[in-house]
Ligand binder design. Structure first.
Ligand code: MG
Length: 255
């Protein structure tokens, strides 16, 4: 019996450690490697092959209802939320020679790596009607691909976050903008906070507050080894980084 209790205690300790383990998310995919570029199909393949927890991407909707993966509001002179995919964007080639991806092609690639969490950032759109159109289209697409369990959502835009929470209550939605306390995020139905590293350095108490409320903490964009190490020691749940190789190494060292 004693031996059984000891084994149980060890098992619980290990599961608690695993539960607290910081996880690595590649910011705009794992793109800082030969031949790749941010927010491309190769960047999500690289993240999947690296064996990290997740891969983040940015999305806009076009005037003809196509969801396009790109960070900046404009691509090669075309403002995405004022452009037609068919007329203006579909032939665009990115600096590494890959096509500008649609969200559908990107998610289909992510689906080939079922262990990889795909973190979809819904970008701010100038018009409210486009913000709502973007939220609806992203949720519809994720449902169509049966990827609800593989996708988390993030946004700086509170209107879009509220839309996501209302439309897909079981989804994990994280807020990016940094001004809202964990208690308020909990009330609004968020899964957690995903704040810039400077905000979290100013409010280290938010990590415990969030955890006590059952929320998770993500921090971006942490690239230097010492800072990655510091946030691992603070017990954040996720680190979003342009340097997933180093972050993975540091997380594994702590194990
Ligand atoms: Mg982003």
């Amino acid at each position: 019996m004693k031996k059984f209790l000891f084994t149980l205690a060890v098992a619980l300790l290990f599961s608690a450690t695993a539960f607290c383990q910081t996880k690595v998310i590649a910011h705009r995919g794992y793109w800082d490697t030969t031949g790749s570029y941010e927010n491309t199909i190769s960047s999500i393949q690289n993240a999947g092959n690296l064996g990290i927890f997740g891969s983040e991407l940015d999305v806009y909707i076009t005037t003809d209802d196509v969801l396009v993966v790109h960070h900046d509001a404009a691509v090669q002179g075309h403002k995405i939320d004022e452009s037609s995919y068919e007329k203006d964007l579909k032939d665009i080639i990115l600096p590494n020679g890959e096509k500008l991806p649609t969200l559908e092609s990107y998610l289909r690639e992510g689906k080939k790596f079922p262990h990889l969490k795909v973190v979809v950032e819904l970008k701010n759109h100038t018009r409210w009607v486009d913000q709502d159109r973007c939220v609806l289209a992203v949720v519809d697409l994720v449902r169509k691909l049966h990827m609800q369990n593989q996708v988390d959502y993030i946004s700086f835009n509170m209107n879009m976050c509220k839309g996501l929470i209302q439309l897909e209550p079981s989804a994990d939605v994280y807020y990016l903008n940094g001004e809202t306390s964990p208690a308020d995020l909990k009330t609004l139905g968020f899964a957690g906070l995903d704040y810039e590293q400077g905000v979290m350095a100013k409010h280290p108490e938010w990590i415990k507050e969030a955890h006590d409320l059952g929320l998770k903490v993500n921090v971006w964009t942490v690239n230097e080894s010492e800072k990655i190490q510091w946030f691992i020691e603070q017990g954040v749940d996720f680190i979003t980084t342009n340097n997933p190789v180093e972050a993975k190494k540091l997380v594994e060292k702590k194990r």
